[in-house]
Write a protein that binds this ligand. Structure first.
Ligand code: MTE
Length: 402
């Protein structure tokens, strides 16, 4: 029995930590097979503590505040939020900063638990742009950050973090307060009834169970903002980071934009194939994403450890929502807000036909992606104490048997 007994959960999800709190990823192939959008049941979950219990009978009374360095602080209920503000719907991929940490932990143990390559999921989020709320509150001169706080009470206080006020005020960045995913009310694990969604940035900034937006002059001083979601310099060891707390307070090490990343779904790590009776080619497939709204512009695959690379085909499903969105708007409720946007907020799918004769001779298949700013995944791993933002070339090893 855990404090989360009220929360329904799918048995296919893979537990990454003990019984509580709930931290899970879907099997990579199941996630990939679902296609562009992830169903809420399979969506990865990262909870620092218990899931706040919300009574459906009074859900419309859920209230949060917009406060701090603003001319007109206010409290607003879910009911009034939906009545007073226009809602938009945007496809956004959330990615945990710990995605692919398992590979890092295999090299040197970090302080974090081992995510495979499925610490990411995609939904159509419906809600209100955060900037509309900030405009109503009217930030004061000198205000630079928006702190967000959730309702989950944890050992070190409520979960909270911050983003730059400029980002929240920039419609292009798509930062929103969402109440629906894929047209349905948020599920308890994903923030029911209200959460922030910050596209292009690590999942840790997308605060669930939102209770407070606080406009400030300085970044959040919340424990979870300071001691989580950072890439400290690589020489800082777990012991050092505990004994020399100054490492944690340097805001330059806080992670915002995701790094360019990709992974291979097929072939899977444990996939078996007999080369007798196989067709001439194997269709390798996987995903890639960029950070900060930057689009992945190429995905390359190597069978000879990076000496030569072949270009994969890329499919950008999010672009489907830019064109002729009316049907989806009816389905999901809320104006699909993608038409004019050049940014990329979602994962893309890649595939490539590999010759079986080449595969049969290779030691491994590796992939790397590059984004529109030519940020390319590195060959080597950058180890850091929290084990975050791991994005070297993704590898599937080939072993020959029989
Ligand atoms: N918000 C609250 N209130 N509490 C949390 O523990 N975890 C964060 C973020 N928002 C968290 C939170 C982290 S680290 C991530 S990666 C995302 O939520 C995960 O969102 P998901 O569980 O909906 O996938």
């Amino acid at each position: 029995k855990t404090p989360d007994n009220h929360v329904p959960r799918d048995p296919r999800l893979i537990r990454l930590t003990g019984i509580h709190p709930f931290n899970v990823e879907p099997p990579l192939n199941a996630l990939f097979d679902q296609g562009f959008l992830t169903s809420p049941e399979l969506f990865y979950v990262r909870n620092h503590g218990g899931v706040p219990e919300v009574d459906d009978a009074t859900i419309q009374d859920w209230e949060f505040s917009v406060e701090g360095m603003v001319k007109q602080p206010f409290n607003i209920t879910l009911r009034d939020l939906l009545a007073d503000f226009e809602q938009i719907t945007v496809p956004i991929t959330l990615v945990c900063a710990g995605n692919r940490r398992k590979e890092q932990n295999q090299v040197r143990k970090s302080k974090g638990f081992s995510w495979g390559a499925a610490g990411l999921s995609t939904a159509l989020w419906t809600g209100v742009p955060m900037l509309e709320l900030l405009q109503r509150a009217r930030p004061l001169r000198g205000a630079k950050y928006v702190c967000m706080e959730g309702a989950d009470k944890l050992p070190n206080g409520y979960y909270g973090t911050s983003v730059k006020l400029n980002w929240a005020l920039d419609r292009n960045r798509g930062i929103m307060i969402a109440h629906k995913m894929n047209g349905e009310m948020l599920t308890p694990d994903h923030g029911k009834p209200l959460r922030c969604v910050v596209p292009g940035q690590i999942g840790g900034r997308s605060v669930k169970w939102l209770k407070r937006l606080i406009v400030t002059a300085a970044p959040s001083d919340n424990w979870y903002h300071i001691y989580d979601n950072r890439v400290l310099p690589t020489m800082v060891s777990p012991e050092q980071s505990a004994n020399e707390p100054q490492w944690w307070t340097d805001e330059r090490y806080a992670i915002y934009d995701l790094s360019t990343n990709s992974a291979i779904a097929y072939p899977a790590h444990d996939e078996k194939a007999s080369i007798v009776n196989l067709p001439e080619t194997y269709r390798a497939r996987g995903y890639a994403y960029g950070g900060g709204g930057r689009r992945v512009t190429r995905v390359e695959v190597t069978l000879d450890k990076g000496t030569t690379w072949a270009l994969a085909d890329i499919r950008y499903h999010e672009d489907d929502y830019r064109n002729d969105a009316t049907e989806d708007e009816q389905l999901y409720g809320g104006k699909i807000d993608m038409e004019w946007r050049e940014t990329s907020f979602c994962w893309c799918m890649w595939e490539i036909q590999l010759k079986i004769e080449d595969l049969a001779l290779a030691d491994d298949v590796m992939v790397r992606a590059m984004d529109e700013s030519m940020n390319v995944q590195p060959r080597d791993m950058y180890w850091s104490v929290l084990g975050m933002m791991n994005n070297p070339w993704y590898r599937i090893t080939i072993t020959r048997t029989g």
